[in-house]
Write a protein that binds this ligand. Structure first.
Ligand code: PHE
Length: 343
C-alpha cells in the first residue's frame, strides 16, 4: 500500500511539473484528487488494513495528499505569472536593411574614369599582364641596351624549361605595352584607353607597390597636337576631381614619346597649400605623357609624316588615394572590412 501511494505521488509530481497551462493543471487535479481520482481510490482501501498498519499508512497517505495539493497550488501561481504576453508589432517601423556588397573604391574610380573617357570618344580595351619584351619595350623605342630599361624594374618569367629565350617574357612594367598591340590592329584615327595592372620590382612602402593600376591611352590621327594632349588630360582631371582642380605639365623624358611631359594636379589633401602628402609642394604627380615618338609610329606601320598622336599613362591607384585622401597605397589591397565598409 505504501509503495502504491509513493508511485501515485511520483506520477502526480512529474505531470504537475510538466503542465503548461491551467486547464492541464485542473485535469491533473481531477486525475489524482477528484472523487474517482487515483489517490482518492487508494484511500478507500484504508479501512481494510490491519489495526497496526492503519495509522502508519494513514500518515503517509495524508502526506502524499498534502504534497500533491501544495504542488498544484504552487504550479497554479507560477502559471499565472507566466501568462503569455501579447507581442506588439509596430507595422510602421522601418525594416532592417539586409547588408549587400558594394564596389571596391578601385573599381568605383576605374568605372567612373572609363565613363568620362567614353564621353569624349575613347574606347576601352583590355590587355595581357604577361607580356613579351617586344611589346613592353622593343616597339616602344626601348631597344635591348636602352638605359631607360633600368628605370622599369622588371620581373621576368622563368623560361628555363621552355623554348623561349631568357628575358623574353615578363610581367608588364606599364600599360604602354598596349600601344603597339592597338596601333598594329587599328588604322588611324584611333582613340583608346587600356586600364590594367602593371608590375615592377619595387620596395613596397606607403606610396609604392610592386603591382599597381594604371590607366593608359592614346589618340592618333591627322593633325593631333600637344595642345590636344594638354586639353584632354586637363578635361579628364577636372571632370573627375572638380573644376577648381588645377593641372600643370612639366618636361620629362620617356623613350616612346617626343616631346614628353609629366602632369601634376593640385593636392586634394591640402588643396594646394602644402602638406606631408604632397611633400609641401601643393602638387601631386599623376601621369606621364607625350607625343608618340615617330619611331613607335613607324614600328606599328603608321606613317609619321601623315599622322601624329599622343599617349599617356595615369596612375589609377594614385587617383583613388587622391580622391579618398588615403595616405597609404597599401590600404587598397588590404581586405580589412573596417576600411572597405567606409566606401
Ligand atoms: N608608361 C609610362 C609609365 O608607366 C607612362 C607613359 C605612357 C608616359 C605614355 C608617356 C606616354 O611610367
Amino acid at each position: 500500500m505504501e509503495h502504491e501511494l509513493l508511485t501515485i505521488k511520483n506520477n502526480a509530481m512529474s505531470l504537475i511539473f510538466d503542465a503548461t497551462d491551467k486547464r492541464e493543471l485542473e485535469e491533473i487535479k481531477l486525475q489524482f484528487l477528484g472523487r474517482s481520482g487515483e489517490l482518492t481510490k487508494a484511500l478507500k482501501g484504508l479501512p481494510k488494513l490491519s489495526a497496526d498498519e492503519k495509522p502508519k499508512i494513514g500518515v503517509v497517505a495524508n502526506e502524499v495528499k498534502n504534497i500533491i495539493e501544495d504542488a498544484i497550488r504552487q504550479k497554479g501561481v507560477e502559471l499565472n505569472k507566466t501568462k503569455p504576453v501579447l507581442q506588439k508589432i509596430d507595422v510602421t517601423e522601418p525594416g532592417i536593411k539586409p547588408e549587400i556588397g558594394h564596389l571596391h573604391p578601385m573599381s568605383l574610380t576605374l568605372f567612373e574614369m572609363v565613363d568620362i573617357f567614353k564621353k569624349i570618344g575613347f574606347q576601352a580595351a583590355d590587355g595581357p599582364d604577361i607580356e613579351t619584351d617586344h611589346y613592353n619595350f622593343e616597339v616602344l623605342n626601348m631597344h635591348k641596351n636602352h638605359p631607360a630599361r633600368d628605370t622599369q624594374q622588371s620581373l621576368y618569367l622563368d623560361t628555363r624549361n621552355s623554348n623561349i629565350n631568357p628575358g623574353e617574357i615578363l610581367l608588364r612594367t606599364h600599360g604602354s605595352n598596349m600601344q603597339g598591340r592597338i596601333m598594329e590592329k587599328i588604322s588611324p584615327p584611333v582613340r583608346a584607353i587600356y586600364p590594367g595592372k602593371a608590375f615592377r620590382y619595387e620596395q613596397v612602402d606607403a606610396s609604392h607597390g610592386f603591382e599597381f593600376w594604371q590607366l593608359e591611352g592614346l589618340a592618333v590621327g591627322e593633325n593631333i597636337k600637344m595642345t590636344d594632349l594638354f586639353g584632354t588630360m586637363t578635361y579628364i582631371v577636372k571632370e573627375f576631381f572638380g573644376q577648381e582642380t588645377e593641372v600643370k605639365f612639366v618636361c620629362h623624358n620617356f623613350p616612346f614619346v617626343e616631346p614628353g611631359a609629366e602632369a601634376y594636379m593640385t593636392c586634394t589633401v591640402c588643396r594646394g597649400k602644402g602638406c606631408s602628402f604632397c611633400k609641401n609642394s601643393g602638387w601631386v604627380e599623376i601621369l606621364g605623357c607625350g607625343m608618340i615618338h615617330p619611331n613607335v609610329l613607324k614600328a606599328v606601320g603608321y606613317d609619321p609624316e601623315k599622322v601624329s598622336g599622343f599617349a599617356w599613362g595615369m596612375g589609377l591607384s594614385r587617383m583613388v588615394t587622391l580622391r579618398y585622401q588615403m595616405d597609404d597605397l597599401r590600404l587598397l589591397t588590404n581586405p580589412d572590412i573596417r576600411i572597405l565598409e567606409q566606401f
